[in-house]
Design a protein around this ligand. Structure first.
Ligand code: NAD
Ligand code: USQ
Length: 411
């Protein structure tokens, strides 16, 4: 199939593009390098060095003989989206191309507004381009398990049957997200569901849990194919962060009591789930939701696992939770639809953690201890980060990011 991967320079988009390419799909990748720009803004960097998109694409051609076609531009720019779809003529579009950090969206007003404009407008532009050019294109959109929040009942896959005053209907599952970022995904979900209803387009919303891991079969073929690995307090996700902290001799930063429970999955399963969604498309006019995670863990369980596998004595520190979230709660979420399509999960094991620790160990010289502590507090409307001069003024205008990153690459 012809598959366009949006956000194809990112942590998950790049390995997904390679995975799909190796399995015989014709792949294009779209990115505006916003993610590389956030690194410059925050003064942080991927633990594992990453090459520019052009270098990656060239290396992939050398290693595999396969072509991945890059498109550099901003999804917020409607004419860029239209031209890219018209030129590539995809049968499926995998949409990873959004600002994905909850803390980044909570820095201050400007970052909340940026996150929602970037994410919601990009997706709307895409929906219009699909509807106008070819409504048969299947949109596979990355959503998040965080759209549901942590209700005191079981979480279903997208929809729940409700009986009220003697009448029954199947309705979208209630959403109680925990950040302006997570809210942007809820807004996207509503817009996508509406577009399916009015224009008859087809879409799969993948409500993904927290991803861990860094290596996939394809990225391991050459160091130039590596994907990024974030561990800082803004973009690093919890298990990846704990592994870096363990190697650096930093106490594991459990926020609050550590009873927060989340769905998680191995990066290799992200790739497999996306391909399963692409090759088993939604019907015309169908909006469907898959919960994309394989296991649930509390933060305390994750900290215990890392501490028990990592060599030496790893300390676990319960620090004040910078977020507003339930620290103890019920959590049971359905996740059968991808298993029904044939997903065979890589479950979290000591061996997985050991291999992550090895990646960190190889790059330990690049760990910046200053980047580890959380810097964004949900209760403040302007964070310490913003008052330190790293806030709104550092934010580029939409469209400027590709230009800035290209300039940085030339320099
Ligand atoms: P990432 O930030 O590494 O990658 C996203 C990519 O999209 C970046 O390369 C960025 O430059 C690009 N992008 C952002 N805005 C764009 C725009 N307007 N135009 C063009 N490109 C743009 O993030 P990731 O971790 O790879 O996550 C990918 C997707 O998966 C996100 O939508 C995220 O919400 C979702 N997700 C991620 C996780 C996780 O644990 N990493 C978990 C659940 C869901
Ligand atoms: N946490 C800690 N210590 C840390 C980091 C995080 O205790 O050092 C806690 C957080 O308070 C939170 C949980 O771990 O309760 C998860 O935090 P996270 O930063 O690993 O993940 P989150 O902010 O939820 O976001 C990540 C991705 C996002 C994706 C989401 C999936 O960045 O793109 O949407 O995971 S989900 O969590 O299912 O919403």
């Amino acid at each position: 199939m012809r598959v366009l991967v949006l956000g194809g320079d990112g942590y998950l988009g790049w390995p997904t593009a390679l995975y799909l390419s190796r399995r015989g799909h014709d792949v294009g990748v779209v990115d505006n390098f916003a993610r590389r720009q956030y690194d410059l803004e925050m003064g942080v960097d991927s633990l594992v060095p990453i090459r520019s998109l052009q270098q990656r694409v060239r290396r992939w051609k050398d290693v595999s003989g396969l072509e991945v076609v890059p498109f550099v531009g901003d999804l917020v720019d409607a004419s860029f989206v239209e031209q890219t779809l018209a030129s590539f003529e995809p049968e499926a579009i995998v949409h990873f191309g959004e600002q994905r950090s909850a803390p980044y969206s909570m820095i201050d007003r400007a970052h909340a507004v940026y996150t929602q404009i970037n994410n919601v407008t990009g997706t709307l532009n895409l929906l219009y381009a699909i509807a106008e050019q070819d409504p048969s294109i299947h949109l596979v959109k990355l959503g998040t398990m965080g759209e549901y929040g942590t209700p005191n009942i079981d979480i279903e896959e997208g929809f729940i049957e409700i009986t009220y005053k003697g009448r029954t209907d199947v309705l979208p599952y209630p959403k109680q997200p925990g950040s302006f970022y997570h809210l942007s995904k809820v807004h996207d979900s509503h817009n996508i569901m509406f577009a399916c209803r009015i224009w008859g387009i087809r879409a799969t919303d993948l409500n993904q849990g927290i991803v861990y891991g860094q290596q996939t079969e394809e990225t391991s073929l050459h160091p130039d194919l590596a994907t990024r690995f974030d561990y800082d307090g803004v973009f690093g996700t919890v298990l990846n962060r704990f592994c870096v902290q363990a190697v650096a001799g930093h106490p594991l930063t459990v926020y609050g009591s550590g009873g927060q429970t989340r769905g998680m999955l191995d990066i290799r399963d992200t790739l497999a789930c996306v391909e399963l969604a692409v090759t088993n498309p939604a019907d015309k006019g169908e909006y469907r939701v898959f919960n994309q995670f394989t296991e649930s863990f509390s933060i305390n369980q994750l900290a215990e696992m890392v501490a028990s596998v990592a060599p030496g004595n790893v300390e676990v520190d319960h620090i004040e939770d910078p977020r507003v979230e339930k620290e103890e709660h019920y959590y049971r979420a359905a996740h059968t639809k991808l298993l029904d399509l044939g997903l065979v999960p890589h479950l979290l094991s000591d061996a997985t953690i050991r291999s992550l620790l090895e990646v960190v160990e190889r790059n330990r010289g690049r760990i910046d201890l200053e980047a580890i502590r959380p810097t964004v507090e949900w209760r403040r409307t302007a964070s310490k980060l913003a008052t330190a001069g790293l806030g709104a003024s550092a934010l580029p205008e939409p469209g400027e990011q590709a230009e800035n990153a290209a300039r940085a690459e030339r320099a």
